[in-house]
Design a protein around this ligand. Structure first.
Ligand SMILES: Nc1nc2c(ncn2[C@@H]2O[C@H](COP(=O)(O)OP(=O)(O)O)[C@@H](O)[C@H]2O)c(=O)[nH]1
Ligand SMILES: Nc1ncnc2c1ncn2[C@@H]1O[C@H](COP(=O)(O)OP(=O)(O)O)[C@@H](O)[C@H]1O
Length: 204
C-alpha cells in the first residue's frame, strides 16, 4: 500500500473537464469508505492515504452555486494582495482577467501528514510549482479536440462570449505546453480519466 502521499498538479484548458474529473474522483474514492470526512477539501482515501484537493484563492466573482471556502476563497484585490505580500501563496497567476493562487500552509501540512494533495491550476502556476517542488507529479488533462473543448465551454454556459474567447485563446497556449507534463490524460470519458488519475496518485 502507498502510505506516503504526493503532490499532484492537474492542469488543462478551461472547459476540458477538470472540475468534472475531480467530482468523479470524489465519488469513486468516497464510495469505498463511506462519506468523506467533513472537510471541504477532502476527495476521499486511497487505501489509508487521504487525498485532498487544495482550495484556491481567487479574485474572480463566484458563479451561481459556488461556495466561499469550498470552490474557492473569493477575495477582493486587496485581500489577494495581502496574501501575496505575506508570502502565503505557494504559487499564483493571472488568468483571463483575474488572479488565482494556492494557499501554502494547508498543502504543506497535509503532505507532512502523509496525505496526497491535488492542485487544479493553470499553466503558469503549474510551472512555479514544478520549479519549487520538482518531485510533484505533473498531469495535463487534454480535450479530445479543440472543437469539443469549445462545445464544452459554451455548453457549460457559465461565461459570456468575451470570457469564452479569452479562455479559448489561453487554451491554445496551454495545449502547446502539454509536453512539459509527466503524463497527459485525454478526457474522452470522465470516469476513465478519473480512474487514471486515481492510479497515478496511488503510484501506478
Ligand atoms: N495558478 C493557479 N491557477 C488556478 C488556481 N485555481 C484555479 N486555477 C485555474 O484558473 C483557471 C480558471 O479557473 P475558473 O475561473 O474556475 O474557470 P474554469 O477552469 O473555466 O472553471 C483554470 O485553469 C484553473 O485551473 C490557483 O490556485 N492557481
Ligand atoms: N468527458 C466529458 N465528456 C463530455 N462532456 C464533458 C466531459 N467532461 C466534462 N464535460 C462537460 O464540459 C463542461 C466543462 O467541464 P468542467 O468540469 O467545468 O471543466 P473545467 O473545470 O476544466 O473548466 C461541463 O459542462 C462538463 O459537464
Amino acid at each position: 500500500m502507498h502510505t506516503s502521499g504526493r503532490l499532484v498538479v492537474l492542469t488543462g484548458p478551461s472547459g476540458v473537464g477538470k472540475g468534472s474529473v475531480m467530482a468523479k474522483m470524489r465519488t469513486l474514492l468516497s464510495s469505498a469508505t463511506g462519506p468523506a470526512p467533513h472537510d471541504h477539501a477532502s476527495v476521499g482515501t486511497i487505501g489509508d492515504m487521504p487525498v485532498w484537493l487544495s482550495v484556491s484563492a481567487t479574485t474572480r466573482r463566484p458563479r451561481p452555486g459556488e461556495v466561499h471556502g469550498r470552490h474557492y476563497y473569493f477575495l477582493s484585490d486587496a485581500e489577494f494582495d495581502a496574501l501575496v505580500e505575506r508570502g502565503e501563496l505557494l504559487e499564483w497567476a493571472a488568468f483571463a482577467g483575474n488572479r488565482y493562487g494556492t494557499p501554502r500552509a494547508p498543502v504543506e501540512s497535509r503532505l507532512a501528514e502523509g496525505g496526497s494533495v491535488l492542485l487544479e491550476i493553470e499553466l503558469a502556476g503549474a510551472r512555479q510549482v514544478k520549479a519549487a517542488m520538482p518531485e510533484a507529479l505533473m498531469v495535463f488533462l487534454a480535450p479530445p479536440s479543440r472543437d469539443e473543448l469549445r462545445r464544452r465551454l459554451i455548453g457549460r454556459g457559465t461565461e459570456d462570449d468575451d470570457a469564452v474567447q479569452a479562455r479559448l485563446a489561453q487554451a491554445d497556449v496551454e495545449i502547446s505546453a502539454a509536453d512539459e507534463f509527466d503524463v497527459t490524460i485525454v478526457n474522452d470519458d470522465v470516469t476513465q480519466a478519473a480512474l487514471r488519475l486515481v492510479d497515478l496518485i496511488a503510484g501506478h
